[in-house]
Design a protein around this ligand. Structure first.
Ligand SMILES: [Zn+2]
Length: 178
């Protein structure tokens, strides 16, 4: 009985993820995200960057973990980042180029192990790219100025946007309000 419950729970979770992120639901979500920033949401990498540096420069300027996450599209381990349970009042900028990305007033606890926000500070601060890696349909979020990989956006966030920007702490830098 217990085993069956566990199996059911697992199946439910898989179905939920599948429903949210694939097929019709994914296409609809993709259209929503695309509408968030039609000017630069081109679903392509490397377009219109304000900050351009060589791979060697990034490697020199960033820590190993920052470089892995931001420039090689890595993911920090869940619940390992410094901003997961952090609730300071201020703004979060891109660790690579300093562009402001999120305000603490839009941060919420999604229980997923990564700092989550329901809105970006400015719609032009990020770009969205289709990510079909790992056998999943996801939408990657990158910094619009330097193309740093920040995380992904999902359609299960709170009102008023219903979005969950699931970010890597290591890609962000917190700045306290003065
Ligand atoms: Zn950046």
């Amino acid at each position: 009985m217990i085993l069956r419950n566990i199996i059911n729970l697992t199946i439910n979770r898989q179905e939920r993820v599948k429903n949210v992120l694939s097929g019709r639901h994914y296409d609809r979500f993709k259209a929503t995200v695309h509408g968030l920033n039609p000017d630069i949401s081109v679903m392509e990498a490397g377009v219109g960057m304000k900050v351009e540096k060589t791979d060697a420069q990034w490697q020199e300027e960033l820590t190993e973990e920052q470089y892995h996450v931001c420039r090689q599209k890595g993911t920090e381990r869940p619940f390992s980042g410094e901003y997961v349970h952090f609730d300071g009042e201020g703004r979060y900028s891109c660790v690579c180029c300093d562009q402001i990305l999120f305000e603490s007033t839009t941060k919420f606890d999604a229980g997923c192990g990564w700092p989550s926000f329901w809105e970006v500070v400015d719609k032009e601060a990020v770009k969205y790219i289709e990510d079909k890696s790992l056998g999943m349909d996801r939408i990657e979020v990158v910094c619009s100025a330097c193309n740093a990989h920040l995380g992904h956006v999902f359609p299960d966030g709170p009102e008023p946007t219903g979005l969950r920007y699931c970010m890597n702490s290591v890609a962000l830098q917190f700045k306290k309000d003065n």
